[in-house]
Ligand binder design. Structure first.
Ligand SMILES: Cc1ncc(COP(=O)(O)O)c(C=O)c1O
Length: 510
């Protein structure tokens, strides 16, 4: 069984010694003040620091070893399977990191004159065109920093569209299925809409009768994830689009689950008007951990004029940034987007090409269905919503039968999987499945690794009947054992900075 490295590693502030150095600066001749001026005088006195900041003083090897030891206590997408459903955590080719880190790109400054950044503008312009082609939309904006940010931009555009038609006072309802990700209702509410929840039917898809009843002249739009969070493709999508459009609403596509349909079908062709793409899931950047992402949106022709500024334009000779868009909703963020993440997407698409992207989609579906078929026979797991129907990129099981028989819940299974050296799947989402285990293996996992996961799941279900206590106390072999989840995320126990940590320490030992 897997064992994670364990180090009794202090925090970096408790390492090193006064006077140790781990950096080398180039020789500088002359007076700093003469070159940059007296910067201190520009800072108001009450904001000036009186003492040195109290940074740790370490040699280079000490710093490297500290962080290597910490990384050895961790699990990452480079360590093995990472089956978080809806989060699409796949292995990402290192060449993309290398290209995005090239100094010619990484050292560019957003305030540089346009004439000196023609290369990056061309890359971003091309990426916009590729994403428009992939999603079947007319124009793409690369600026949003995450899926939820793209959603917010999308619903702001929805609002602007109805406002221009003089209907924004009336069209206040955004319809969202109960299987949707929590960011959908949050984005709609932030843009000032009322959220109307539409129940799913017995097949796991949106209930058409309930949808027809909810649609009215108050409908601003419908936000839909397709394939949905059960992993099932909404086959009635054309009818759904007609219902919404006939009522004067817009159709919004949550593209977090774009991976399985890449170069197979396009949201634009299904009838969607606004599409967001989770670049950090589908196109070569890991998702999660609070790291930077990118959530570009694509829109149809009639909505293009509402896109945020600046737009990247090309007059046949030069690329430039166009701010002169009278109908634009304005700015959505500073500068032009998370460029490093976008560069990785550019490299990813360029290296795979259309055929490669299609193959990635096919293998991700194959892998999810392989896991689904193999785990379907495990007695104490249930596969809700039409267990005969193929899934797309993910499958959602319920651990409710196991919990009823043994007390072992989805959370306990997730914890025990860590002892096998496997990352846990997403749990307790979507909300419509009790004790949900949402598994998304993606295309970057070999059959042997899938079999290891399936075998571990079987073993755990068996162990739950034989020795439930052992599972209830799992994990046993990780660097950190079972955490008190409420305490771990409580603001009063979290110390997110050195200063906060010191304050807590001083309060404990006055
Ligand atoms: C279905 C779905 N929609 C939207 C989002 C939001 O994306 P982000 O986390 O990038 O804000 C997620 C995130 O995992 C998701 O799974």
């Amino acid at each position: 069984m897997f064992r994670q490295a364990r180090w009794n590693e202090p925090i970096i502030f408790n390492l090193g010694k006064a006077g140790r150095e781990g950096y080398t600066l180039p020789e500088f001749e002359g007076d700093v003040k003469e070159v940059v001026g007296d910067l201190c005088s520009l800072i108001p006195e009450n904001l000036q620091r009186k003492n040195a900041p109290g940074l740790p003083e370490l040699s280079e090897p000490e710093v490297v070893r500290h962080f290597i030891r910490l990384s050895e206590m961790n699990y990452s997408v480079d360590s093995g399977l990472y089956p978080l459903g809806s989060c699409t955590m796949k292995y990402n080719p290192k060449i993309n990191e290398f290209l995005a880190g090239l100094p010619e790109l990484a050292m560019l400054h957003p305030y540089q004159d346009e004439s000196t950044v023609q290369g990056i503008l061309e890359i971003l312009y091309r990426l916009e065109r590729w994403l428009a082609e992939i999603t079947g939309t007319a124009e793409v904006c690369l600026q949003p920093s995450a899926g939820a940010h793209g959603e917010f931009l999308g619903v702001c555009i929805m609002r602007a569209y109805h406002k221009l038609k003089g209907e924004s006072e009336k069209r206040k309802d955004v319809l969202i299925p109960d299987s949707a990700h929590g960011t959908n209702p949050a984005s709609a509410a932030m843009a000032g809409f009322n959220v109307v929840v539409i129940p799913s039917g017995e097949d796991g898809c949106i209930n058409l009768e309930a949808l027809k009843t909810a649609v009215s002249d108050r409908t601003a739009g419908l936000m839909l994830t397709n394939p949905n969070t059960i992993g099932i493709f909404e086959e009635n999508i054309e009818e759904i689009a007609k219902i919404i459009h006939d009522a004067g609403g817009l159709l919004y596509y949550d593209g977090a689950n774009l991976n399985p349909i890449l170069c197979k079908v396009r949201p634009g062709d299904m009838g969607f008007d606004i599409v967001h793409i989770n670049i950090h899931k589908t196109f070569g950047t890991p998702h999660g951990g609070g790291g930077p992402g990118a959530g570009p949106i694509g829109v149809t022709e009639k909505l293009a004029k509402f896109m945020p500024v600046p737009r990247i334009v090309f007059d046949g000779k030069r690329f430039s940034l166009d701010y002169d868009r009278p109908y634009s909703i304005g700015k959505i963020r500073c500068f032009y987007g998370n460029i490093a993440v976008l560069l990785k997407a550019y490299a990813y698409i360029l290296s795979l090409g259309q055929e490669g992207l299609r193959e990635a989609a096919e293998v991700s579906v194959l892998n999810a269905n392989y896991v689904m078929r193999k785990l379907k026979n495990v007695e104490s797991l249930a596969l809700p919503y039409n267990s005969e129907k193929p899934r797309k990129h993910e499958c959602v099981f319920s651990a409710k039968p196991l919990k009823n028989k043994t007390g072992v819940s989805a959370l306990n299974i997730a914890k025990r999987l860590l002892d096998y050296g496997l990352h846990a799947p997403t749990i307790y989402f979507p909300l419509i499945v009790e004790e949900a285990l949402m598994i998304e293996p993606t295309e970057t996992v070999e059959k042997e690794e899938l079999d290891r996961f399936i075998e571990a799941m079987r073993e755990i279900c068996k162990e739950a009947h034989e020795n439930p206590e052992r599972i209830l106390k799992a994990p046993h072999n990780t660097a950190v054992q079972r955490l008190d989840e409420v305490r771990a995320s409580h603001p009063q126990t979290m110390a997110l900075s050195w200063r906060m940590y010191q304050k807590r320490l001083a309060a404990k030992n006055p």
